[in-house]
Write a protein that binds this ligand. Structure first.
Ligand SMILES: C[S@@+](CC[C@H](N)C(=O)[O-])C[C@H]1O[C@@H](n2cnc3c(N)ncnc32)[C@H](O)[C@@H]1O
Length: 319
């Protein structure tokens, strides 16, 4: 099996680990691929299509995608400049062999990266907040920041603390793969609400819409802005897409911890539903599995998917 491409955003809740399962459920021969909630892009990076239309409401995420796109023909230039900036700020960089001194590693076994980079990271954050058109700094804040997240306060300042990571081989490989994919494919980015992005589209034969929206019943940063009204609206829009004979595939959670998504459970009855094994683990204890059931809901025939050996979701009995 071809190994999967990791997005250089390392997006919280990305679909990277699930792509081996999801890819088999995507339709074959996709003409235009639409992804209204693209996030870091783990899904499109592992999909073949003629053209890609990619959208997210988060303007910083789209700014970063567009910034990286601008180097798809000149990745060496990108890396040269990035490494210069990492050196200028004195950040550690395992990839270049600029590593944290052993004494610090011994003293702070689990937190030495953050200990080492904290002060210089804060200086970089201050500089970015003075000039928000410096996307290279925004990308470095994402890499060196807490949990690889992007977060701004009400004053519009990037406000995440330093993370316990640095620029390593995984980041380098992810960027390299991203540039290679971008060079070979026709990618178009949009920064809109998903409804605007999908409405009035001139869909063509063999187009496919893949949706990984915020999840109503789990609590990532981007899920906080999603409520029951949003959930119902989304399913209405998917009905419209279905009426236009356009294929869609939706990822979502039916159960998470002690919560159930009743709106989804009800709506998905009329579609094909596959179980996706997502193996959520506890944030506080990574040996503890969370009670969670993830599904992939489609409006197209099982015959049109890549592989037939997948588990169809068992009807969930309401208790
Ligand atoms: C579950 S994440 C997608 C993660 C993505 N599949 C990945 O692998 O990185 C959901 C995304 O939806 C975006 N989003 C939230 N509300 C939105 C809206 N109304 N319109 C478009 N995008 C939205 C968030 O910014 C977030 O990036």
């Amino acid at each position: 099996m071809k190994s999967k491409i990791r997005s250089p955003f390392f997006y919280v809740g990305d679909k990277y680990k699930l792509m081996p399962q999801l890819e088999k459920l995507f339709p074959v021969n996709i003409n235009n691929y639409y992804e209204p909630f693209v996030g870091g892009g783990s899904s499109f990076l592992n999909t073949e299509a003629k053209n890609f239309f990619l959208n997210d409401i988060n303007k910083y995420v789209i700014q970063l995608h567009c910034y990286l796109q601008s180097f798809r023909e000149s990745k060496d230039k990108f890396f040269e400049s990035l490494f210069r900036t990492i050196k200028k700020y004195g950040l550690s960089c395992s990839f270049l062999g600029k590593i944290v001194p052993d004494e610090l590693k011994k003293e702070f076994i689990k937190t030495y990266y953050s200990r080492y980079n904290k002060e210089n990271y804060m200086k970089m954050r201050e500089d970015y907040n003075k000039n928000k058109s410096n996307f290279e700094l925004l990308y470095l804040l994402l890499i060196y920041g807490f949990n690889h997240m992007i977060r701004f306060n009400l004053k519009g300042e990037f406000n995440l603390p330093v993370g316990n990571v640095d620029f390593n081989k995984n980041v380098y490989n992810a960027l390299n793969n991203y540039f290679d994919f971008s060079k070979k494919n026709n990618l178009n980015f949009f920064n809109q609400d998903y409804k605007e992005f999908l409405i009035n589209r001139d869909f063509e034969k063999n187009d496919f819409v893949y949706l990984d929206p915020p999840y109503l019943i789990s609590n990532s940063e981007y899920n906080k802005i999603w409520n029951e009204k949003n959930e119902e609206e989304l399913y209405q829009i998917l009905e419209d897409i279905d009426n236009q004979d356009v294929k869609f595939g939706l990822s979502n959670l039916v159960i998470h911890k002690d919560k159930k998504n009743e709106i989804l459970l009800d709506w998905m009855k009329k579609y094909k539903v596959y179980e996706v094994n997502s193996n959520y683990i506890s944030r506080f204890d990574n040996t503890r599995k969370i009670n969670s059931r993830e599904v992939y809901v489609t409006n197209y025939e099982k015959e049109k998917i890549r592989e037939k050996t997948i588990i169809v979701f068992n009807n969930y009995e309401k208790s």
